[in-house]
Design a protein around this ligand. Structure first.
Ligand code: NZQ
Ligand code: ZN
Length: 387
């Protein structure tokens, strides 16, 4: 197992009604709060009113609304201007990964005089950030308990990750009842995203990180058990609670630390959602089976087969390549059973940009350091398998 540093300082308030901790938590940082949210789901489901009721008497609340899915650099700039003009002390992000990610970039760019895009291109330039508190409304990205943020630059057609120790949320409220109103496709996409995060860890280099791999398998088993329940019964508390906690644990370093190499699937997906504004989790679900088919060889077969036996309960009493193929089939079937469109053509993506996206994925995703190293041609073949 490789050396690593693990310092996840986010305080978690988990469970129904835990939003009551918001005033005391925000109060540690000051009175001027930037209240960030997305396109309006929180106004429909009542979370907006709850937040305002808790804060309006004690705090000066400045609203930062309409943060879009796959948040853009323009939104980041809008947030930075609000922070500067209103002497903001703390940012409250209420939403899913897009809202939380946008606020991380805003928090850091608040203290940077140049173009915020510089910080995306080089996170070492992040030296200071405003404190961030989050209220999670969509499980999947894990952004509520990690430092990462993914920002889209529409001018340059780039969607890239950034992050530094100071951009990790100070505290997060995870109330599973806030997830009750998620539409089935977002529930499914979030589940696929959580699944993919531990899959990326599972397929990093380092065969002796046994405890990390077993935790990854536990997250995958949780998604397989509870995602279908949450889709069928959106107000099933146990399902929402398990999916939400799985989301946070899947990408806070617990399963990826101690293993080396670059991720494989996310860089290939980020190109799709940059060019086509595709829902991140949908793109991942389409790509994962194709990527596994593409990398299946003598080097990877044991790992894929282990996944099949331990997670998809495929019998180990057969040839390992047979197990691996059944594993890929089972995974594809699982995502499809959640209602996710499983072909790129189903989501309106044709071949036109395959080459361009493949080139960028390899360049920005460091895919030559992936579990199975990938070239531009490999990525094009993976896109082709998804048509
Ligand atoms: O904008 P509103 O109106 O709030 O609607 C949102 C949005 O349309 C809706 N929604 C959220 N909570 C809801 C709800 N609708 C009803 N009830 C609720 N309780 O869901 C839609 C999607 O929300 P979004 O925040 O975009 O989804 P997600 O959490 O999947 O975030 C996706 C972004 O995070 C990035 C992705 O690339 C993408 O840009 N990622 C961030 C990561 C990180 N920070 O660590 C890692 C991930 O791998 C990922 O790349
Ligand atoms: Zn993801």
């Amino acid at each position: 197992m490789d050396n690593f540093k693990f310092h996840v300082y986010t305080e978690i308030f988990f469970g129904k009604g835990e939003i009551k901790n918001l005033p005391a938590t925000l109060g540690k940082y000051g009175k001027n709060v930037l209240f960030a949210y997305g396109g309006g789901s929180i106004k429909k489901n009542g979370i907006y009113e709850q937040v305002m009721e808790l804060l309006s008497e004690t705090f000066n609340v400045v609203e930062f609304a309409n943060i879009e899915p796959n948040p853009t650099l323009d939104s980041v700039k809008r947030g930075v201007a609000l922070c500067r003009n209103h002497s903001i002390d703390v940012i409250l992000a209420v939403g899913g990964g897009s809202v939380i990610d946008c606020t991380k970039a805003v928090a850091a760019a608040r203290y940077y005089e140049g173009d915020p895009w510089d910080l995306v291109l080089d996170s070492r330039k992040i030296t200071k950030a405003l404190p961030i508190v989050t209220v999670l409304t969509m499980a999947g990205t894990g952004s509520e308990m990690n430092r990462g943020s993914v920002i889209t630059n529409k001018e340059k057609m780039l969607k890239l990750g950034m992050g530094a120790p100071v951009t990790m949320p100070q505290a997060t409220v995870i109330d599973p009842t806030y997830l009750f109103t998620l539409p089935p496709i977002q529930t499914a996409a979030g589940a696929a995203d959580t699944f993919s995060h531990v899959l990326e860890s599972y397929f990093k280099k380092g065969e002796d990180a046994f405890i990390q791999d077993k935790m990854s398998e536990a997250v995958m088993l949780t998604v397989i058990k509870y995602a279908p329940i949450a889709i069928k019964e959106p107000e099933n508390y146990a399902a929402r609670a398990n999916l939400a906690w799985a989301s946070s644990l899947a990408l806070n370093g617990l399963t990826g630390n101690g293993k080396s190499g670059a991720w494989s699937i996310h860089a290939i997906e980020h190109e799709l959602s940059a060019y086509y504004d595709l829902t991140h989790g949908v793109g991942l679900a389409i790509l994962i089976p194709a990527w596994l088919k593409h990398i299946l060889n003598e080097q990877s077969v044991d790992r894929i087969a282990a996944l099949g036996v331990n997670v998809f309960k495929i019998s180990d009493q057969q040839d390992k390549f047979e197990i691996a193929k059944k594993t890929i089939g089972a995974m594809e079937q699982f995502f499809a059973s959640l209602g996710i469109p499983m072909r790129l053509t189903d989501v309106g993506i044709d071949e036109e940009k395959f080459e361009l996206m493949a080139e960028k994925a390899v360049k920005y995703g460091a895919l030559k350091h992936a579990y199975v190293p990938m070239t531009k041609e490999d990525v094009i073949q993976i896109y082709q398998l998804c048509k």
